[in-house]
Design a protein around this ligand. Sequence first.
Ligand code: HEM
Length: 519
Amino acid sequence: MFDNLLRTALEHWVITSIVLAIGHLAGKYLYTQYLMNKLGAKPFTNSSYDGFMGFKAGAQALKAKNEGRAVEFNDARFRNMPHPEVFTFTTKLFGTELVVTKDPENIKALLSTQFDDFGLGLRFKFFDPLLGSGIFTLDGEGWKHSRAMLRPQFAREQIAHVRALEPHFQVLQKHIAKNQGQFFDIQELFFRFTVDSATEFLFGESVGSLRDESVGYSSKELDFAGRADFAAKFNKAQMYLSTRSLLQKMYWLVNNKKFRECIKAVHEFSDHYVKMALDASPEEIEKQVGYVFLYELVKQTRDPKVLRDQSLNILLAGRDTTAGLLSFVFFEMARNPDMWSRLREEIISHFGDSEVEQITFENLKKCEYLKAVLNESLRMYPSVPRNGRVANRNTTLPRGGGPDGKSPVLVRKGQNVGYIINSTHLDETYYGKDAKEFRPTRWFEPEVRKLGWAFLPFNGGPRICLGQQFALTEASYVIARLAQNYSKLSLQPGTEYPPKKLVHLTMCLQDGVPIKFEK
Ligand code: HEM
């Protein structure tokens, strides 16, 4: 009797569940059809079945990422679609429905022409514990306000920046001299260089991470509050942020004691400088030698949290990206002695082999081959290789639907769109048969210069990178100074090509750049 009752209840439960599931799917299907009709969208030309809930593709993507092959993996996914000539597909990743695109038309819509249809989704939640409310984490009015407040800082900064780099370059030189004639990893030094110059620019005092005992600095000299820890703790906290963004809605799982300790150290360090800037009298601020971001910002706001958050947002946006760019440039220059010779000739013809004063923002812009090398490096190895937005409302993207992929596709409110700029940059449609070769002279060809949205290392539209000129000037300065000093570069024999890439929030070389510099 009891058995029968239990069986009947179970049967009811199973039947009800099946009916509800079918109802849910049918409802979703009908609503999707309704939205497609309303918004003029067609079914996706390419859709990828990636195992139950997209776990198979997710696991493969993680494996490729750990092996330093995330870029190649993404690229292969586009090529292996039923219609590889259509540059957009839909897929699932760990249960989340995604639209993925490398189509410049769709990227333009996402970032510019349909800017208000898309936002940053959960980015604020991922990054809030470390970065708070700043230009990089906010959407809507908060972002607009941040952008308006910070924009003037970058216009003014562009001119003054170069002179401030030389002292840091001198320390970098000491490390290279120490290693001269042998192979060593320059990438690690570029990361230290960019955190040193960025902290000086932001706080008025550098963390001096390059100034270690191996190049003659005493440990006493290095001792000021939080300095020793700052770069390491900031790096570690960034790793946690990257994992939180990978986990999407489950981001809150990453919030352990280590993460919180890193955040505390970074905040204490930056608060020290915020306090200094707030305590400074207007006369002291005016007397400040060189440009200091915080001292300029206190003229606009005296809120310590805003000052801290915006400084750390800039540090995150600007530091690893520039170090990655420099690392890839030197990786390619060391592989290509002819290119290094040409670059060197150009630098020496403009500035001689020791002149520093003439290396200014304006003069660096006149070095055409240098600009081509930077562009080519940002094309093949963009510091931000993939990025994403989330739909704020039911909307469409202009391409990827219908039998030929030329019709709009539906993006439902809350749906994620990933845009893989690295794959756009490597596509033969835009860059020809040698798209996967490092060839700076392509930037002298008129059709490549006109590519518009197919070359997008600094993003486009209203959220275009604020630090583009800053980054290009800093990278150009370091390249020019090294070109003045070293005639020959080489890579350690046996170094893998194409190199393995480490892709977290930004991209660098997984195994560093094992390089030798010779006079
Ligand atoms: C090679 C170096 C760099 C590259 C490739 C690069 C690239 C980018 C990209 C792709 C974005 C868009 C991110 C997004 O919206 O999701 C961005 C935003 C931003 N970048 Fe850069 N960046 C570089 C260096 C810098 C530097 C040196 C600074 C500052 C000193 C900086 C400041 C910013 C800021 C503030 C934003 C946010 C803009 C906004 O949302 O309105 N960047 N950058």
